[in-house]
Design a protein around this ligand. Structure first.
Ligand code: BDR
Ligand code: CA
Length: 312
C-alpha cells in the first residue's frame, strides 16, 4: 500500500498531551503506526508548564519526521485554581534532559478552539481523541461548544486510580489531580470514554533490558527513546500514556469493565479522587466509562518496540 492509500484508511486521531516522557513515547508509538493518521496534537499544562509541553510535542513530532502535524498550545492552568500543578518526574525540561532540535513555529490557535473546530469539521463519530494529560483543554472545548466531545468516536483517556492508591495523593492520580473539575466535566460529557487508570498502567511495566534495547535500534528515535526512558524509569518505570495509543492498535491486549464514574473536584483531601462503581447487576446501573483494568504487558512492550522500530 502506498503512503497516500494507507493515510486514507488510517484512523483519524488527535492527541491531547503534556510531554512528559511517557507522553513522548506515546507520540512516537502513534508516529510509527501506519494504522494511525495523526490530525493534530494539542498541549496542556501538566507534567510541565504548557510552554514547555508545547515545545516538547513539536520536538518529538520533528524527531519522528511528522513535520506537517500541527501542535496547538492550550490551557496554562486548571479550570479552578490559579496555578498549574506540575511535577518533576520527567525532569525540569520534561524530557529527562535529552536535547532535541525544534524546527518550526507553534500554531496560532488555542488548543480548545482547535478541538472544537476539528471535531465540528470531521464526520461525527470519526475522530479518536486520545487524552494523556490533565483534561483542561477537553473541558474547555466542552464549555465552548456543549456536546462537542460527543462528536468524537471515543475519548481514550489516561487518568484516575479506581481500585488502587493514587500517585500524587493517597486517592488521586496525577492527570485527574492536576485538573479535577475538568476531569469531572469530561467524564460527565456523555461521550464514549475508554479510561486507562493507574489500575492498568501499573501493569504496564518497562524492564531495564527493554529500555536499553531501544539504543540497539541504531536510529535517531530509538536513541532518543532509550535516553529519555532511562531517565524516567528511575522514578516511574510505567508506560502510562502509551496504553491508550496501543489500545487503538490492539484493543484485545486489554481487559475492560464498565463503571459509573465521577471525579471529586472539591478542593480538599480527596480532590481528584475517581469514584467508580462497578455494580454490574444493580438495577439502573448506568455506566459512563469503560475502564481498562488489565493488560498483557509482554505483548504491549513488544508492540511499542515493533512500531518505534519503524521510525528512522
Ligand atoms: C500520568 O501523569 C503523568 O506524569 C504521566 O505523563 C501520565 O500521563 C500518570 O499518572
Ligand atoms: Ca501525560
Amino acid at each position: 500500500m502506498n503512503q497516500t492509500t494507507s493515510q486514507h484508511h488510517a484512523i483519524p486521531v488527535i492527541i491531547d498531551c503534556d510531554p512528559g516522557i511517557d507522553d513522548a513515547l506515546a507520540l512516537l508509538l502513534a508516529a510509527g503506526s501506519s494504522e494511525i493518521g495523526l490530525r493534530a496534537i494539542t498541549t496542556v499544562a501538566g507534567n510541565r508548564p504548557v510552554q514547555t509541553t508545547s515545545h516538547n510535542a513539536r520536538k518529538i513530532l520533528d524527531l519522528a519526521g511528522l513535520h506537517e502535524v500541527p501542535v496547538y498550545a492550550g490551557a496554562q492552568r486548571p479550570l479552578y485554581g490559579s496555578e498549574a500543578r506540575c511535577n518533576l518526574v520527567h525532569g525540569e525540561d520534561g524530557l529527562g534532559g535529552v536535547q532535541l532540535p525544534e524546527q518550526r513555529p507553534i500554531a496560532g490557535e488555542h488548543a480548545a478552539n482547535a478541538l472544537v473546530r476539528l471535531l465540528q469539521d470531521a464526520e461525527a463519530g470519526s475522530i479518536e481523541l486520545v487524552a494523556i494529560g490533565p483534561l483542561s483543554n477537553l473541558a474547555m472545548a466542552e464549555l465552548l461548544a456543549p456536546g462537542i466531545l460527543r462528536r468524537a468516536r471515543r475519548l481514550l483517556v489516561m487518568g484516575g486510580a479506581l481500585r488502587v492508591p493514587g500517585n500524587i495523593t493517597p486517592t488521586a492520580e496525577f492527570n485527574f489531580y492536576a485538573d479535577p473539575l475538568a476531569a469531572d466535566i469530561v467524564m460527565r460529557s456523555g461521550a464514549q470514554i475508554v479510561l486507562f487508570p493507574l489500575d492498568v498502567t501499573h501493569q504496564a511495566i518497562m524492564s531495564a533490558d527493554w529500555i536499553a534495547s531501544f539504543a540497539g535500534l541504531g536510529t535517531r528515535c530509538g536513541t532518543a527513546a532509550a535516553a529519555m526512558l532511562k531517565a524516567y524509569a528511575e522514578l516511574d518505570p510505567l508506560l502510562h500514556d502509551a496504553c491508550p495509543v496501543a489500545y487503538l492498535l490492539q484493543p484485545r491486549l486489554f481487559g475492560e469493565e464498565a463503571c459509573e464514574l465521577q471525579v471529586d473536584w472539591r478542593p480538599g483531601a480527596t480532590e481528584g479522587y475517581a469514584l467508580a462503581r462497578f455494580f454490574h447487576k444493580r438495577r439502573g446501573f448506568a455506566p459512563n466509562v469503560q475502564a481498562a483494568t488489565t493488560v498483557d504487558n509482554h505483548a504491549l512492550l513488544a508492540l511499542v518496540k515493533q512500531k518505534i522500530d519503524t521510525l528512522s
